[in-house]
Design a protein around this ligand. Structure first.
Ligand code: ADP
Length: 227
């Protein structure tokens, strides 16, 4: 991915197995969020290819990729504040899942159940605290019936107790078979969930593999100290 003369993501190549949870770490500016935008279709790569199962995603916009099964949470949740929790999930299910009307309602309700939000279904999104906003961000992504879930620093700002709750939710999604890529700075939370870890630095993958081994890699430690 080039922005003018600047190359934000360089020759990054990896695959995600079905049901796998992959973590991505790296200092600020490493290109992590840009990589998610390339996968989710909000940026068009200057070169290279991205596919889901054997189907190429190149040329599909973000809405089409969502329908194809790419679900994404954003670093800064932006729910429809004037809508209720259920309505937020319903909009996601109606526009992102490809389900017919009745099934979209069930999909939205199920997304609230899976994220522990059912009791708050009729509360305005604007009235939610931070953990519940994170749950809603997750519920909106789940309501689109993703095959791959992209989590962008969803742990940020939470207390330790809240992080334990969030890690529990994400672990359940993984146990249900969802494939997950999770960018996160809070390593102890990330390491409870992921099977494999990639570390990026200045647009490149500098280490990949077993999470503990990646964290011990001298180039990873240097990138963090340098970043
Ligand atoms: P990370 O998520 O790892 O912190 P980003 O993907 O946000 O990194 O950014 C990677 C690099 O690309 C940064 O140097 C950033 O300034 C640059 N960048 C990101 N988006 C744009 C853009 N739209 N235009 C120009 N530069 C960008």
């Amino acid at each position: 991915m080039r922005f003018g003369a600047f190359q934000a993501v360089k020759d990054v190549s990896f695959s995600l197995a079905e049901g796998e949870a992959l973590g991505i770490v790296g200092p600020n500016g490493a290109g992590k969020t840009t990589l998610f935008s390339l996968i989710a279709g909000s940026l068009t790569p200057s070169a290279g290819s991205i596919s889901l199962a054997s189907e190429s995603l190149v040329g599909k916009d973000a809405a089409a990729r969502c329908l194809a099964g790419i679900g994404r949470t954003h670093q800064v949740p932006r729910p429809f504040l004037g809508m209720t929790v259920f309505e937020n999930a319903l909009v996601a299910a109606q526009h992102g899942s490809g389900l017919p009307a009745g099934a979209a309602e069930r999909g939205a309700a199920e997304a609230l159940t899976r994220t522990g939000l059912s009791a708050l279904a009729n509360r305005p999104a604007a009235a939610l605290g931070l953990l519940d906003r994170k749950r809603l961000e997750l519920a909106r992504a789940l309501a689109t019936a993703p095959r791959v879930l992209l989590l962008d620093e969803i742990g940020g700002g939470l207390t330790e107790a809240e992080l334990i709750t969030l890690v529990g939710l994400i672990s359940e999604l993984k146990a249900d078979g969802l494939s997950i890529i999770w960018i996160e700075h809070i390593l102890h939370a990330l390491l409870k969930v992921i099977d494999r870890l990639i570390c990026m630095s200045v647009g490149e993958i500098i280490a990949e593999g077993d999470p503990q081994a990646v964290m011990r890699d001298p180039s990873v430690m240097a990138a963090y100290l340098g970043g």
